[in-house]
Design a protein around this ligand. Structure first.
Ligand code: 5RP
Length: 266
């Protein structure tokens, strides 16, 4: 692998082979998502605990200090909204010049396997990889799900992840599933990180699925709503950081969560 590409991947994925990406990109189709109304305020306290930020150029320019030393994964797909016809109908929104201008460490783009826009979004990925390879920029594929397909089905997730890797993604973001998640990981020749999806009812629920996914071979998380929509986002971020980088069990991580939460009250 070329030095630049390897260097960027090393910045994203720690020497322990693990990573905690913090996605703050939801506004690109959801608008002012709950707890992301003012992205700068959401990001600032959480920044010390994550390894990279996943943001759009709009949030990057308006809410992130250019002096920070955190790698940026730039969201480069979009063009749809919650109230539009089909969320899967995405295009590439950012030029390679803009990716370089913003000094992105990596880029992220959604693919929608099994939807009417499967072909279009897979070619988006392939074209983006073609452009980014010239400059040594890793592409993270986001296996977004259409309405028709079950996001918790291992066969579907394995299919989408494998296709993303075959088209050249260096990292694939997908959802954890209760059954056969190891098959999703084993069938994908590049590292997998887990998204969280909508906020879970309890913290322990989140910690347990993250732990299970890590045991089954995921290298980390790209977890948003279950961090910053928690009433104690810093406590949640610290608990997850311990799980990703210190192999904390769900019980240990939950204890960290409770300790930090209680210290906030004091
Ligand atoms: C939104 C995304 C998010 O980055 C991804 O879904 C992770 O966030 P969450 O944990 O909130 O699901 O791609 O389009």
């Amino acid at each position: 692998m070329d030095w630049g590409m390897q260097n960027r991947l090393n910045r994203l994925i720690g020497s322990d082979g693990r990573c905690f990406f913090l996605p703050i990109d939801h506004g690109y189709f959801q608008g002012p998502t709950t707890c992301l109304e003012k992205p700068a305020q959401t990001i600032k306290p959480l920044l010390p605990y994550c390894d990279a930020l996943f943001v759009t150029r709009g949030v990057l320019r308006s809410a992130v200090d250019p002096g920070i030393d955190k790698p940026i994964i730039l969201r480069v797909s979009g063009g749809t909204s919650m109230v539009g016809k089909d969320l899967a109908n995405e295009g590439i929104t950012i030029s390679i010049q803009e990716i370089l201008r913003l000094n992105a460490t990596a880029v992220g783009l959604s693919i929608f396997v099994g939807t009417d826009y499967e072909h279009q979004t897979l070619l988006n990925l392939a074209n983006l990889v073609n452009q980014c390879e010239d400059y040594g920029i890793p592409v993270m594929a986001v296996t977004a799900v259409g309405k028709e397909v079950g996001q918790k089905d291992a066969r579907y997730l394995a299919l989408a992840c494998r296709i993303a890797a075959e088209l050249g993604a260096k990292v694939v973001k997908t959802y954890w599933c209760e059954k056969d998640f190891d098959k999703v990981v084993d069938g994908c020749p590049v590292p997998i990180v887990m998204a969280g999806g909508p906020k879970c009812e309890t913290e322990l629920e989140v910690l347990e699925f993250v732990y299970d996914g890590l045991q089954k071979g995921a290298i980390g998380i790209n977890l948003g709503r279950n961090v910053w929509q928690n009433p104690h986002p810093v406590a949640m971020a610290k608990a997850l950081q311990a799980m990703v980088h210190e192999n904390a069990t769900p019980e240990k991580a939950f204890q960290i969560f409770k300790d930090v939460k209680n210290s906030e009250k004091a």
